[in-house]
Design a protein. Sequence first.
Length: 117
Amino acid sequence: MDFVVEFYETAAGACPVREFLDELKASDPGDFAAVVAGLAKLRNRQYHREPLSKSLGDGLFELRHVGKLNTRVLWFFVKHRRIVAVHGIRNKGQTIPARDIQTARDRMRDWQKRMDQ
Protein backbone atom coordinates (compact mmCIF):
# COMPACT_ATOMS: atom_id res chain seq x y z
CA MET A 1 0.00 0.00 0.00
CA ASP A 2 1.35 3.41 -0.96
CA PHE A 3 1.56 6.55 1.13
CA VAL A 4 -0.29 9.73 0.15
CA VAL A 5 1.66 13.01 0.07
CA GLU A 6 -0.30 16.12 1.06
CA PHE A 7 0.67 19.77 1.45
CA TYR A 8 0.12 21.68 4.68
CA GLU A 9 -2.36 24.55 4.47
CA THR A 10 -2.62 27.38 6.96
CA ALA A 11 -5.93 28.16 8.67
CA ALA A 12 -6.29 31.00 6.14
CA GLY A 13 -5.86 28.58 3.21
CA ALA A 14 -2.29 29.43 2.17
CA CYS A 15 -0.12 26.53 1.01
CA PRO A 16 3.56 27.35 1.69
CA VAL A 17 5.02 24.26 -0.03
CA ARG A 18 2.95 24.79 -3.18
CA GLU A 19 4.09 28.44 -3.24
CA PHE A 20 7.70 27.30 -2.77
CA LEU A 21 7.35 24.80 -5.65
CA ASP A 22 5.75 27.44 -7.90
CA GLU A 23 8.71 29.76 -7.29
CA LEU A 24 11.16 26.89 -7.85
CA LYS A 25 9.46 25.96 -11.14
CA ALA A 26 9.90 29.53 -12.38
CA SER A 27 13.50 29.94 -11.20
CA ASP A 28 14.95 26.44 -11.75
CA PRO A 29 12.78 24.03 -13.76
CA GLY A 30 15.37 21.23 -13.51
CA ASP A 31 15.47 21.27 -9.71
CA PHE A 32 11.67 21.64 -9.65
CA ALA A 33 11.29 18.44 -11.69
CA ALA A 34 13.72 16.58 -9.42
CA VAL A 35 11.92 17.70 -6.24
CA VAL A 36 8.49 16.77 -7.63
CA ALA A 37 9.90 13.36 -8.61
CA GLY A 38 11.27 13.01 -5.07
CA LEU A 39 7.88 13.84 -3.57
CA ALA A 40 6.33 11.18 -5.80
CA LYS A 41 8.92 8.64 -4.60
CA LEU A 42 7.91 9.28 -0.97
CA ARG A 43 4.73 7.34 -1.72
CA ASN A 44 6.92 4.24 -1.54
CA ARG A 45 8.31 3.27 1.89
CA GLN A 46 11.74 2.32 0.49
CA TYR A 47 12.48 6.02 -0.12
CA HIS A 48 11.86 7.08 3.50
CA ARG A 49 15.59 6.82 4.25
CA GLU A 50 18.87 8.20 2.95
CA PRO A 51 19.91 9.33 0.45
CA LEU A 52 16.46 10.75 -0.54
CA SER A 53 15.11 11.31 2.98
CA LYS A 54 16.62 11.94 6.38
CA SER A 55 15.14 12.23 9.86
CA LEU A 56 15.56 15.60 11.58
CA GLY A 57 14.23 14.26 14.88
CA ASP A 58 10.92 14.56 16.72
CA GLY A 59 8.94 13.20 13.77
CA LEU A 60 10.21 15.70 11.19
CA PHE A 61 12.00 14.56 8.01
CA GLU A 62 13.64 16.18 5.02
CA LEU A 63 13.38 15.30 1.34
CA ARG A 64 16.82 16.10 -0.07
CA HIS A 65 17.87 17.24 -3.52
CA VAL A 66 21.33 18.52 -4.36
CA GLY A 67 21.53 20.76 -7.41
CA LYS A 68 22.93 24.25 -7.97
CA LEU A 69 21.51 24.90 -4.50
CA ASN A 70 20.49 22.32 -1.92
CA THR A 71 16.71 22.03 -2.04
CA ARG A 72 14.80 20.59 0.90
CA VAL A 73 11.14 19.85 1.57
CA LEU A 74 10.41 19.17 5.25
CA TRP A 75 7.62 16.74 6.09
CA PHE A 76 6.11 14.41 8.70
CA PHE A 77 4.01 11.23 8.87
CA VAL A 78 0.36 11.11 9.98
CA LYS A 79 -2.15 8.31 10.43
CA HIS A 80 -3.38 6.19 7.55
CA ARG A 81 -0.12 6.20 5.56
CA ARG A 82 -0.12 9.94 4.91
CA ILE A 83 2.78 12.37 4.62
CA VAL A 84 2.32 16.12 5.08
CA ALA A 85 4.90 18.44 3.47
CA VAL A 86 5.15 21.61 5.58
CA HIS A 87 8.13 23.70 4.42
CA GLY A 88 10.51 24.12 1.50
CA ILE A 89 13.93 25.80 1.42
CA ARG A 90 16.98 26.26 -0.78
CA ASN A 91 20.43 27.03 0.56
CA LYS A 92 24.10 26.62 -0.24
CA GLY A 93 25.07 24.84 2.97
CA GLN A 94 24.60 21.26 4.06
CA THR A 95 22.71 22.17 7.23
CA ILE A 96 19.18 23.47 7.49
CA PRO A 97 18.98 26.81 9.34
CA ALA A 98 17.39 26.56 12.80
CA ARG A 99 14.69 29.10 11.83
CA ASP A 100 13.56 26.84 8.97
CA ILE A 101 13.39 23.79 11.22
CA GLN A 102 11.40 25.85 13.73
CA THR A 103 9.01 27.00 10.99
CA ALA A 104 8.45 23.38 9.95
CA ARG A 105 7.89 22.28 13.57
CA ASP A 106 5.43 25.16 14.14
CA ARG A 107 3.49 24.16 11.03
CA MET A 108 3.55 20.50 12.07
CA ARG A 109 2.11 21.41 15.51
CA ASP A 110 -0.48 23.70 13.89
CA TRP A 111 -1.59 20.93 11.53
CA GLN A 112 -1.77 18.40 14.37
CA LYS A 113 -3.75 20.79 16.54
CA ARG A 114 -6.24 21.70 13.82
CA MET A 115 -6.59 18.15 12.49
CA ASP A 116 -6.81 16.62 15.99
CA GLN A 117 -3.92 14.22 15.47
